[in-house]
Design a protein around this ligand. Structure first.
Ligand code: COA
Length: 325
């Protein structure tokens, strides 16, 4: 059966580390509050690089690891809620910089579930036989969307990019189950407005600031529930037992969310990979950054089964069960 395998991973984060103590100089907060409520100790913040710069560097490293030439890429999907511009897309900017001359390219909006949605699209394109090699990037400069006077949000997020290249394979490993869900009735849990509606026909202009707002506790509960639902569903779909799973890589939002999910699924916390302490919540980038770090640390070997789980604004959520190549 033709399946999509992960042929390579890559990531890139800005050099500048903003610690919790640095944040305490900007808003009324403390290292103790942030670390105990979220597990985050520092995050990377752009000092000039935009989303396409981070995405390009993560993509370049991914192709190098996968040993695939840019001209062999058929499609580039960039998941982001912080594009440089609505058009051109980040994916098109990256396509040009990589020299991926044969590739189609588009951006995808599914907030922090973006990489999972992108990989799900890519896997489907590959299974139908339409494409052979697809680069999926999650990239964000969330720092440009934060209200740096709002301590309830600005302490949570960071900038970065993570990527995978999916390739067609006739082996039986690779992506074996996908589950995606959205719940638009919870759209007010996490918001980031785009351009206001202004035109000659409109008298009253409603100007919302273009910053992230959040119902923290609602998001927390949604996230814990979603992780459990998605893990159980992909296990069922792939007819695999929890004991067969080596690692679960969820969106890296908050260690308390992941700890609660571990309790509610009764899956040992050791199976949940975490690196949010050093990067914060990088939205669509977080799962790719974590996965690449696991590869670089030599944690994954052929035959290992992983579950990747995303959840975020929309609300969106999703999971992928994949066997390492
Ligand atoms: N530093 C210090 N105090 C802070 C603070 C900060 N950075 N942010 C909020 N507080 C204060 C609040 O003002 C409140 O004070 P009060 O009791 O005097 O009113 C108190 O801390 C508790 O706030 P609350 O919002 O109830 O905290 P919480 O326990 O729910 O934790 C989050 C807040 C954001 C950490 C938590 O709700 C969470 O993790 N939610 C999920 C967020 C997330 O992951 N979003 C992205 C998902 S993709």
């Amino acid at each position: 059966m033709r399946r999509a395998i992960i042929a390579g991973t890559g990531s890139y984060v800005p050099e500048y580390r903003m610690t919790n103590d640095d944040l305490a100089k900007i808003v009324e907060t403390s290292d103790e509050w942030i670390a105990s409520r979220t597990g985050i100790t520092e995050r990377r913040i752009s000092t000039g690089e935009n989303t396409s710069d981070l995405a390009y560097e993560a993509a370049r490293r991914t192709l190098q690891i996968a040993n695939i030439d840019a001209t062999e890429i058929d499609l580039i999907i960039c998941a982001t809620i912080t594009p440089d511009s609505f058009m051109p897309s980040v994916a098109c900017i990256v396509q040009e910089r990589l020299g991926a001359k044969q590739a189609a390219a588009f951006d995808l909006t599914a907030a922090c579930s973006g990489l999972i949605y992108g990989m799900a699209c890519a896997s489907s394109f590959i299974e139908t036989g339409m494409f052979q090699n697809i680069l999926v990037i999650g990239a964000e400069t969330l720092s440009k969307t934060l209200d740096w006077t709002d301590r309830s949000t600005c302490v949570l997020f960071g900038d970065g990019a993570g990527a995978v290249v999916l390739s067609a394979s006739d082996s039986c490993n690779g992506i074996s189950a996908i589950h995606l869900l959205s719940d638009g009735s919870k759209q007010d849990y996490l918001c980031l407005p785009a351009l206001p509606l202004i035109n000659p026909m409109i008298q009253e202009i409603e100007n919302q600031p273009q910053v992230i707002t959040m119902k923290g506790q609602e998001v927390f509960k949604f996230a814990v529930r979603s992780i459990a639902v998605h893990i159980n569903t992909v296990l069922e779909k792939a007819k695999v037992s929890e004991e067969d799973i080596k690692y679960i890589v969820t969106h890296q939002a908050n260690c308390r969310i992941i700890e609660q999910a571990s309790k509610s699924t009764k899956i040992p916390i050791e199976k949940f990979y975490m690196n949010l302490d050093r990067f914060g919540n990088t939205s669509a980038a977080s799962i790719g950054i974590a996965l690449d770090e696991m590869v670089q640390r030599g944690l994954l070997t052929s035959g290992d089964k992983l579950i990747l789980v995303g959840f975020g604004g929309g609300m969106t959520s999703g999971a992928i069960l994949v066997e390492w190549k």
